[in-house]
Write a protein that binds this ligand. Structure first.
Ligand code: ADP
Ligand code: TRP
Length: 331
């Protein structure tokens, strides 16, 4: 039987080129070799988004994004986390086996405390219990479907290790192999995608290229990529150029070398380099953009897709939760 891969996507805002190349594309590529589960981690986003309308809209937008890039809901299980109440019951069970010290050591919590301390604030200021126990809910997301592998970015590796740790404790206590021990899968190929200013592309830096801009605003955005003051004639260093760093991600290896050569030879101005990147990007985004617009114009159809995913996912989750309950003596 195929191994099972599962990953969650937080609906926190407008998806960008970094999300696509860093997360969406590699995750969807797994569908050919694994049994795949993709879910929208809406209750994880509640940590960040306290605006009901925004949360609702982002959720549909993320669903449409994955579908527009080719997620096949017949082949994969595609659902919304909040549709699976079994996850939240399991999260409580896991919490009862999670040492508090393990949560104290979680990076995201530690970072938040460190920021408060640096600023001379109370260490717990603005830290809610959702942030503190985030890794437990994430462990429940993973363990409820007995995932073997969890494709994530490097920043999420510790969370998967925490899930594994909790699973081992429970298996050990009941002398059973109830929980499958998940492995994080971090794609070394996928480096950090740079943004308009050359830093990591991120919503928090306001340096993103949103995926579904129409052509004109897309070109406008690409024209904002930082460049130096070299004249068109001068040879350019591709490694120092965010335009090249972004453009090469769209090219097969042979064409990447050719493009590198054009930068190094001189005779190509920044305006031309950006125009070429725009054309390459627009060509791959055109189809998904149309599909995204079509899906967003029909929220009812999106809800239907998610409802079918929910039914598949809940059937499996409730059978598994039944086993957990009987193992621990709740039934
Ligand atoms: P943002 O930094 O814009 O808030 P998120 O944290 O919501 O992005 O990221 C969602 C997913 O996209 C994560 O899996 C993350 O690893 C991936 N991702 C985001 N930005 C980048 C980037 N610049 N390069 C590679 N992957 C990225
Ligand atoms: N924490 C992940 C992120 O911030 C999202 C996530 C939630 C997730 N639950 C998951 C990822 C389970 C993989 C498996 O990107």
């Amino acid at each position: 039987m195929a191994l099972r891969a599962l990953t969650g996507i937080k609906p926190t805002g407008e998806p960008h080129v970094g999300n696509w190349l860093g997360a969406i594309k590699p995750a969807l590529a797994l569908a050919s070799a694994y049994e795949t589960y993709y879910f929208i981690a809406d209750y994880h986003a509640l940590n960040i988004i306290y605006d009901a309308e925004a949360l609702r809209k982002n959720t549909l937008s993320i669903a449409a994004t994955y579908l527009a890039f080719g997620l096949d809901p017949e082949r994969s299980v595609f659902y919304r986390q909040s549709d699976i109440p079994e996850v939240f019951e399991l999260a409580w069970i896991l919490a009862c086996f999670t040492p508090k010290g393990l949560m104290n050591r979680a990076h995201s919590y530690k970072d938040a405390v460190a920021k408060n301390q640096e600023a001379g604030r109370d260490p717990d200021q603005n830290i809610n219990m959702g942030l503190y126990s985030y890794p437990i809910l994430m462990a429940a997301d993973i363990l409820i479907f007995s995932a073997d592998v969890v494709p994530v970015g490097a920043d999420q590796k510790q969370h998967v290790e925490i899930a594994r740790d909790i699973a081992e404790r429970i298996n050990h206590n009941y002398k059973s192999a109830l929980f499958t021990l998940p492995e994080p899968r971090i794609d070394d190929q996928v480096k950090t995608i740079v943004g308009l200013d050359g830093r990591k592309m991120s919503k928090s830096y306001d340096n993103t290229i949103p995926l579904f801009l129409e052509e004109k605003p897309l070109l406008k955005r690409i024209n904002q990529i930082v460049t130096n003051s070299q004249t068109p004639e001068e040879p350019k260093d591709p490694e120092q150029s965010p335009v090249f760093q972004l453009h090469k991600l769209l090219l097969p290896a042979g064409e990447e070398a050719m493009l590198r050569g054009r930068y190094q030879a001189g005779g190509m101005g920044w305006g031309q380099a950006k125009k070429d990147y725009f054309e390459a990007l627009n060509a791959v985004l055109q189809g998904p953009r149309q599909e995204y617009r079509r899906l967003m114009a029909d929220p009812g159809a999106l809800q239907t897709v998610l409802a079918r995913g929910r039914d598949k996912a809940r059937d499996r989750a409730s059978v598994f939760l039944g086993k957990v309950r009987s193992t621990i003596g709740i039934r």
